[in-house]
Design a protein around this ligand. Structure first.
Ligand SMILES: Cc1cc2nc3c(=O)[nH]c(=O)nc-3n(C[C@H](O)[C@H](O)[C@H](O)COP(=O)(O)OP(=O)(O)OC[C@H]3O[C@@H](n4cnc5c(N)ncnc54)[C@H](O)[C@@H]3O)c2cc1C
Length: 385
């Protein structure tokens, strides 16, 4: 596949890159040191992203979002991916599932989120249900005009910052030809509702981007807050995860390119045994492998994004790009650190941060094992007689 950016896409990449360099990267050290993003800084980045047109750029233009197509989004996500996740996610890309908002939900949730007046988070995973998301046990029981939700969600990104939570809960059981299956429904839950509490989890990746445990104890939610239709939550979540896999892969390309640039510059200047370490094949071949893997991931990202745009992307392709890009960024950041020797492991340089941040990529949008499982099953199906 030969992907050439159009002039518009090149301009978009350039302007997102300039924004990231001017408005986000200067604050990375602060976030690393303190493990948090101060509220005034968060507000500043949000305001500047809105002014620059880079806020909620994955949302439909008709509701005030950026209205970018999948390829343009991938172009932008490569640039965002170079920077601290905690900071770049302040330019919120609201959960695409919010596009399912209907009626009053559009004015109450969707549009204010796109304008930066509200902030969402996505709560599917539970202590007993991660890869096997259908195993969730959070339940929602109908009671008059409301549902009453009880359960615990785990690893929920940005719930501290959010003011509403997209909660997935079991609302019943269907009897199908293959046995019983849970009816899973998505709800828009205001975080201020009585019974909602949020506690932070400490993770080594992406300091300042806080993962949380969200507890829901008899939380009353009006029936009108069902997102989409009752029982459709799981199908909607799956379709969101699909596009998330491609865009996070684009982020991986950006981070890997930043790490490789530092490694190559260091290989040109650091002298050992009388010559720059880049002249040793042990170093230069690392750079060759990095550049090749990044190039391959880039092509896979744009191929997947083009197919997303054309609505032909398959589950296997989404798994393949995320598997390859997440493992690629792990290898590249590890080798970039290695090229810096002892300095690479110090907190004076960002290499160790890139390496820590890359680690989560093989887990959070589907683990490498789940991706391989999806791909392998499809390959076996393809060649079954
Ligand atoms: C930092 C972070 C942020 C996150 N943010 C969110 C969020 O905002 N919202 C949200 O809903 N979720 C979020 N998640 C959850 C994420 O989606 C899950 O962590 C992921 O799906 C894996 O689930 P698990 O952690 O429960 O691992 P498990 O599913 O328990 O897996 C444990 C191990 O078993 C392996 N395994 C499981 N099943 C199979 C199988 N069939 N074949 C082979 N191996 C298998 C896995 O690959 C893994 O190695 C986040 C996770 C992290 C780490």
């Amino acid at each position: 596949m030969d992907f050439r950016m159009t002039e518009e896409q090149r301009l978009l990449a350039g302007s997102v890159a300039a924004f990231v360099k001017a408005e986000i990267m200067p604050h990375e050290d602060l976030v690393e040191r303190t493990g948090t993003v101060p509220d005034d800084l968060a507000e500043q980045i949000k305001r500047k992203a809105i002014a620059a047109g880079f806020y909620a750029l994955n949302m439909p233009a008709e509701h005030g979002g950026g209205g970018l197509d999948a390829v343009e989004r991938a172009v932008a996500e490569i640039e965002f991916g170079r920077a601290s996740r905690a900071l770049q996610m302040l330019c919120n890309r609201p959960a695409p599932i919010l596009k399912a908002c209907r009626g009053d939900q559009i004015e109450t949730y969707l549009k204010p989120t796109i304008r930066g007046e509200r902030f969402d988070c996505f709560a599917l995973t539970e202590p007993g249900a991660g890869s096997d998301a259908r195993a969730i046990v959070t339940r929602a029981v109908a009671d008059g005009d409301d549902y009453v939700i009880t359960g615990t969600k785990q690893f929920i990104t940005n719930a501290m910052r959010a003011d509403f939570i997209i909660v997935f809960a079991v609302t019943g059981v269907d009897q199908g030809p293959r046995g019983p299956s849970k009816r899973i429904t998505a709800f828009l839950v205001d975080k201020a509702s009585p019974g909602v509490s949020v506690a932070p989890l400490k993770c080594v990746s992406n300091r300042g981007l806080i993962s949380t445990i969200v507890s829901l104890a008899d939380v009353r939610v009006p029936k009108r807050n069902i997102l989409g239709a009752e029982g459709q939550g799981f199908a909607m979540a799956k379709s969101w995860i699909f596009s998330g896999r491609v865009m996070l892969s684009a982020n991986c390309v950006g981070l890997a390119e930043r790490a490789m640039a530092l490694a190559a510059a260091w290989a040109n200047t650091r002298v050992a045994f009388g010559q720059p370490i880049g002249r040793f094949q042990g170093t230069s071949f690392k750079l060759a492998d990095m550049a090749t893997a990044i190039h391959a991931a880039r092509l896979m990202v744009f191929d997947a994004a083009l197919k997303m745009r054309d609505e032909t992307l398959t589950q296997r392709e989404a798994a393949q790009v995320n598997l390859f890009a997440s493992e690629m960024v792990g290898r590249v950041t590890d080798e970039a650190l290695q090229i810096h020797g002892g300095l690479g492991i110090t907190e004076d340089l960002p290499l160790q941060r890139f390496w820590r941040d890359a680690r989560v990529e093989r887990i959070w949008e589907g683990t490498s094992e789940i991706h391989r499982d999806v791909i392998a099953k499809d390959v076996l199906r393809e060649f079954a007689r």
